[in-house]
Design a protein around this ligand. Structure first.
Ligand code: HEC
Length: 96
């Protein structure tokens, strides 16, 4: 998939790389264990698809299932900041 074409990233991010808001720290802590945040930051999905992605991450990629509260905190955060209407990523910058 296209995202695999991304260059290797330094793994020295901290949560400030994600937009400020409720759920940021949880999202950063849980979602950058296996890949860095770029894969998230360049994605734009409606809430239902972010929610579905949580299952996909568990089933296909071995993420530990999230408990319901944490899951909704994270999915809300993702949908709010990385929904279809969010500012597009700097689309053609490969170093995003
Ligand atoms: C246990 C490891 C693991 C965890 C934890 C994890 N992911 Fe992933 N994620 C993956 C793998 C593996 C891929 C596929 C990577 C690839 O295609 O390069 C992936 C891919 C993705 C993609 C790209 C989907 C696509 O359509 O290509 C997104 C977006 C994503 N993850 C978001 C998240 C979010 C949000 C979280 C936190 C809830 C998360 N990931 C936590 C392993 C993980």
């Amino acid at each position: 998939m296209l995202l695999l074409a991304a260059p290797a990233f330094a793994q020295d991010e901290d949560s400030s790389i994600l937009p400020e808001g409720e759920g940021r720290d949880e999202t950063f802590a849980l979602c950058t264990a296996c890949h860095n945040s770029a894969i998230i930051r360049r994605t734009r999905l409606p809430r239902a698809q972010w929610d579905g992605l949580m299952d996909w991450m568990v089933e296909k990629h071995g993420m530990n299932p999230l408990d319901a509260d944490l899951r909704s905190t994270i999915v809300d955060y993702l949908a709010r900041h990385f929904g279809p209407a969010a500012t597009p990523p700097r689309a053609r910058n490969p170093f995003l």
